[in-house]
Design a binder for this molecule. Structure first.
Ligand SMILES: [Zn+2]
Length: 293
């Protein structure tokens, strides 16, 4: 076997790919039968997009972390030079569970705004529209995203917790806490995209569940709602919460066209776009929040 294959970074790459393959098998064993039994919308699991969904799953698992790990380290070093030491000392003294909760809350504020900007800023929407392109939503759609979009939104969540020192790669347990956050958000992403018709009553106001996020992918009005990944309270606070009691969206997707292939979709955001390009969502005036529960 060629010796370059034993280079530590190549080995780490293959190790991550194997780890991702194991997770893919696990989440498929969990979600595939559930989606067959409790589907919100009837669909074939072996659809014509399945292979590209799996391709995106590996791209999303391998590339964004390569982009943001060195950046977060740089930001952590920069923040340590600027933020008073007393702030870090106070936060470091918090029990681990308090830091995990603070990480979730502060990270979610950053994630909410990163996600909202990805809808409202036409340049960012070019990348994020890849995630909204599918007309059927099921668990694997969670990973179907442009790696730059994935990295940008995750960074928006990770930068505030890094700057405040709640979970920085330089602090005690900090790397573990932010890695745990990414793992929880990734797993939660599969759940909120899952094609499951389950409804959870008032719990859906507290924790993001499938119905909450399926309304984020709706093609019908009102759009641009429910940006939070785990805590719908972010959408109450910032005025974008929408969750009908029983209804589901009738259609998903975007009303512009994208190439169907992965390579075409990865290149598409970098191609010249007409000045007015962006999703119609980016140019609509905001409507009043229509939460009816
Ligand atoms: Zn979105």
């Amino acid at each position: 076997m060629p010796s370059f294959l034993y280079h530590p970074q190549i080995l780490a790459f293959f190790h991550t790919a194997m780890w991702l393959a194991s997770w893919l098998i696990l989440v498929t064993i969990v979600f595939m039968p559930l989606e067959q039994l409790f589907a919100a919308k009837q669909r074939k699991f072996f659809s014509k997009t399945l292979l590209s969904d799996i391709g995106y799953y590996f791209i999303s698992g391998l590339i964004p972390s390569l982009l943001f790990t060195p950046l977060l380290l740089l930001i952590a070093y920069g923040a340590h030079a600027v933020v008073p030491y007393s702030v870090y000392a106070t936060i470091a003294a918090w029990p681990l569970w308090v830091r995990v909760l603070a990480t979730l809350f502060v990270g979610e504020i950053g994630f909410y705004w990163g996600h909202r900007w990805a809808h409202e800023i036409p340049f960012l929407w070019r990348f994020h529209s890849v995630h909204h392109h599918p007309k059927e939503i099921y668990f694997l759609i969670s990973a179907r995203a442009h790696p730059f979009d994935n990295a940008f939104i995750r960074l928006c969540g990770l930068i505030p917790i890094t700057v405040l020192g709640i979970a920085t790669p330089l602090s005690r347990d900090g790397g573990t806490v932010s890695a745990l956050l990414v793992l929880i958000l990734t797993m939660w992403g599969f759940l909120i995209h899952a094609n499951l018709r389950w409804r959870f009553g008032p719990l859906e106001w507290l924790v993001a569940l499938p119905a909450f996020h399926h309304w984020h992918h709706t093609l019908q009005e009102p759009r641009d709602r429910n940006y939070a990944s785990m805590l719908p309270c972010m959408d109450w606070i910032f005025g974008t919460f929408y969750l009908p009691r029983t209804e589901w969206p009738t259609a998903y997707g975007i009303d512009t066209t994208l190439p169907e292939s992965i390579s075409g979709q990865l290149i598409h955001p970098f191609l010249p776009h007409p000045a007015q390009t962006g999703s119609p969502e980016t140019t609509r005036l905001p409507e009043p929040v229509a939460a009816d529960r």
